[in-house]
Design a binder for this molecule. Sequence first.
Ligand code: UD1
Ligand code: CA
Length: 456
Amino acid sequence: MTAPLSIVILAAGAGTRMRSRLPKVLHPLAGRPMLRHVIDTARGLEPAGIHVVFGHGGEQVRNEIPDDDLDWVHQAEQLGTGHAVAQAMPGIPDDHDVLVLCGDVPLVRPESLAALREAAYDGAALLAVRLTDASGYGRILRDAAGDVAGIVEEKDATAEQRAITEINSGIMCLPAGRLRGWLTALSDDNAQGEYYLTDVIAMARRDGVSIHTAEAADVVEVQGVNDRRQLAVVERAWQRREADRLMAAGVSLMDPARFDVRGTLDCGEDVTIDVNCVFAGEVRIGAGVTIGPNCLIRDSVIGDGTHIEANSVVDGAAVEGDSSVGPFARLRTGTRLARGAKVGNFVETKNADVGEGSKVNHLSYVGDAEVGPGVNVGAGTITCNYDGANKHFTVIEADAFIGSNTALVAPVRVGRGATIGAGSVIRDDAPADTLTLSGTRQQSVSGWQRPTKRRD
Ligand code: UD1
Ligand code: CA
């Protein structure tokens, strides 16, 4: 039987090289704080406890991550990774395995951590990787037999040691009881004047504890984020993973390198997504949907067979199947398009229910409105929903025809099958099956002359 698992996430560092007011671990990766990714990965291992060591920007970090199943451990002074882990040890029983994760190494996969844990079965284990350029990382020292003998930090390494390409990811798994003893024996007599967690490896070796390594399948799993350039590297890698996942599920991406998910995206089969689309929050897309270039889709559900044309924003909307949106449409919160509806270019909708097969094709604003099925809303129609103080509702019943450039002054109702003449300002309810017009009658003035330019 394997020992129970306690996970310690190191997240107290200042992140000076980010040059930011935001604590490093809160910088967004795919739209969520970097630390959140690490916490989610940790949870996936179903540990007995997750201990997050925080310090720099502490209040902010805790406010952003309000989860109540975490043990928050305050490290008042950042005296090194060994000191950080030591702060969490009082909450961890001796018979546990301790898995140390870093808040700034967000792409590590659960599979690699499971392998690391297995490798630690009779001692301790490090997640290692070979890099062509190992600069900045701690190097793994091995003896003549090839066994791990210790870790040397780059700043303390000799030129010969710096030539080693096998590096420490910072992620390791150790038996809690032994670790507790090693941590109290750490010294800060090194190039950075810090208590290095990495020094416990040589101690373990001295105590006859075997040290194994597990290798991460993909080098990006151990990519640390110390500056914004590395954050961008990690962001692209995350997006590429997401793109691969979606393509495997039957989604065509016109260019997987120009595609961003900042949240969760769920797609049916045969979805086609053109370049430069951003999906934020929770998005569900049905089978056979096509999405044109440069769209932003946030917290929305799109039904089977719908087409979203170029440059559209769909935000907080529910669009049923076989509908058509855009190009250049903006569906805002509370929009619901029933099956087969069409919302065309330069149309904005908000808190609007558009009935089956209804069309709002050009240059309109439909807000706080219910539009029945089979309605045609002419170009330039505006629901005047705001009187300067309050919002009011417009109802357009089934099969109505609204002439172009109509202002519907809410609260107002247009009856079933009604026709509204172009250019009308509708202040009172318009009866069903009737033509309603407003405004002055057209007149032609004979003898009228255009003004001419005065000269003096
Ligand atoms: C560390 C490792 C190095 C490894 C590298 C991988 C040590 C001594 N070195 O170096 O071998 O190759 O990670 O990325 O462990 N932190 C705290 N409290 C502290 C100091 C750090 O919580 O007092 C946290 C940081 O916020 C960060 C993590 O620990 O999340 C790693 O610290 P960092 O200073 O970035 O270590 P590196 O120099 O990168
Ligand atoms: Ca680091």
